[in-house]
Write a protein that binds this ligand. Structure first.
Ligand code: KE4
Length: 428
């Protein structure tokens, strides 16, 4: 980074008034080192930093920018909505339209409630599962992230049952002890745990295509076992599709795997870049929510009309004929090209993709478990990250995050990325 960089100046200034200088930790570049880029504007597949340097963007706001940044139809929808007022604290027709669209696109969702973040959606889904079943124990998987609600900031504890230990200060042991943390893609372990504790399990929450330990798709057997055991023991299956929803396919991961969850958590794409998230599922479960039932959940800005306008406009654009065929093809072209470039440079590297999300691994083979993922060469990734950044390509600033392609990442954009990769791999 040149000493005169405006990013350095802004970062130094930001750290005075905001912890770590950022409003979400991953943005601080602490995993990869260096100075975060302060973005000034974005368009299509690109954004520009405070030094007016252009980057091809592969985080897309961590998923929401699937149609590309500042899409004219989305911007127009937001502008039109904003002229009618920003927030009313009263119901609007737009919320009905979004709820109907989500239910139509994801048939497992018979009723849905809109909220403002994925964290809020996952937290509410957990409370609903506990309220509907009268049980306290929840099951999650190491490496999956479902937002920062207390019950979910838990890592595998010691011992077979792996009762959780907090991953964050401020989470009481009494909260963590109700969270079982198991191994992703380990159906045998799941079977054992249900045999001993199944009757006390309120729900299993899983990212069906995990994107928060880098990209790690579930095996069909893992999800099928989960579905069977939840049904058998009266536990609820919650698919956290905040990242995979409308990203890996129009119907989300549940449509790819043919699994019907009891509840689904959504976010990111359904807001198109503005704060919209949601949780929904079987109507008999959703009927437990206030004002109908005993499970309380609320939000001042839930279903915000301007945010819903951005989300609805995005949901319309992703239903264009061939949208996912093209998105998947472009993403596969990227990962194939990166693997070829690494091979040319003699670098141990592989890549994977599902729909419009991808994973890059400095390893000999694509990881299928959390342990294999943690064994990937993080230092090599960090060096590659910075070499690409200098070349004007912005990857996720962590070896353990997924990447995202938008509908605007055309052949020229992918080819420019691959040229940057060839130069970057040569430096490793
Ligand atoms: P938010 O509260 O950040 O809107 O959503 C939490 C969440 C829930 N579930 C899944 C599967 C998620 O991926 C997320 C958030 N994803 C991260 C990306 N690793 C958001 C980026 C950030 O934390 O700044």
């Amino acid at each position: 980074m040149t000493p005169s960089s405006k990013n350095d100046t802004l970062f130094a200034r930001a750290q005075i008034s905001t912890p770590g200088g950022v409003n979400s930790p991953v943005r601080a570049f602490r995993s990869v080192g260096g100075t975060p880029r302060f973005i000034t504007r974005a368009l299509g597949p690109c954004f520009w930093d405070a030094d007016d340097k252009r980057y091809i963007d592969y985080i897309g706001s961590w998923g929401p920018a699937i149609v590309g940044h500042a899409h004219p139809q989305v911007i127009r929808a937001v502008q039109e909505a904003a002229t009618r007022g920003l927030s009313f604290g009263a119901p609007t027709e737009g919320e009905i339209e979004m709820a109907e669209e989500i239910c139509r696109l994801m048939p497992s969702i018979q009723q849905v409630r809109l909220v403002s973040s994925g964290t809020e959606a996952a937290m509410s889904a957990l409370r609903l599962a506990r309220g509907a079943t009268g049980r306290d124990t929840i099951v999650k998987f190491e490496g999956c992230y479902h937002g920062h609600a207390d019950s979910l900031l838990v890592k595998a504890g010691s011992g077979l049952l792996t009762f959780g230990n907090p991953t964050s200060a401020g989470v009481p042991e009494d909260f963590a002890k109700h969270t079982l943390v198991l191994d992703y893609n380990n159906p045998q372990q799941l079977e054992e745990v249900f045999k001993t504790s199944g009757d006390s399990i309120a729900c299993v929450i899983v990212e069906p295509v995990a994107g928060n330990m880098n990209l790690l798709p579930a095996t069909p057997e893992f999800l099928q076992t989960m579905r069977r055991l939840c049904t058998q023991y009266g536990a609820l299956l919650i698919f956290d599709e905040v990242m995979s929803g409308f990203r890996v396919a129009l119907g989300g991961a549940q449509s790819l795997y043919g699994i019907v969850p009891d509840l689904t958590v959504l976010g990111k794409v359904i807001g198109g870049g503005l704060p919209v998230a949601a949780f929904g599922g079987r109507a008999d479960l959703m009927g437990n929510l206030a004002p109908l039932g005993p499970v309380y959940q609320a939000g001042t800005l839930s279903g915000n009309p301007v945010a819903v306008a951005a989300g609805m406009s995005t949901l319309k654009l992703i239903q264009a004929p061939g949208f996912y065929t093209s998105l998947g093809a472009q993403t596969a072209k990227l990962t194939k090209g990166l693997s070829e470039a690494a091979q040319l440079a003699g670098i141990s590297f592989c890549a994977n993709s599902v729909g419009g999300m991808f994973g890059l691994y400095f390893a000999k083979k694509v990881p299928t478990t959390y342990t294999e993922m943690m064994a990937c060469d993080k230092l090599k990734f960090n060096a590659f990250f910075h070499a690409m950044l200098e070349q004007g390509v912005y990857l996720a600033p962590s070896a353990f995050e997924a990447g995202f392609v938008s509908a605007q990442h055309d052949d020229a954009t992918i080819d420019a990325t691959l040229a940057a990769a060839r130069a970057s791999f040569a430096q490793l």
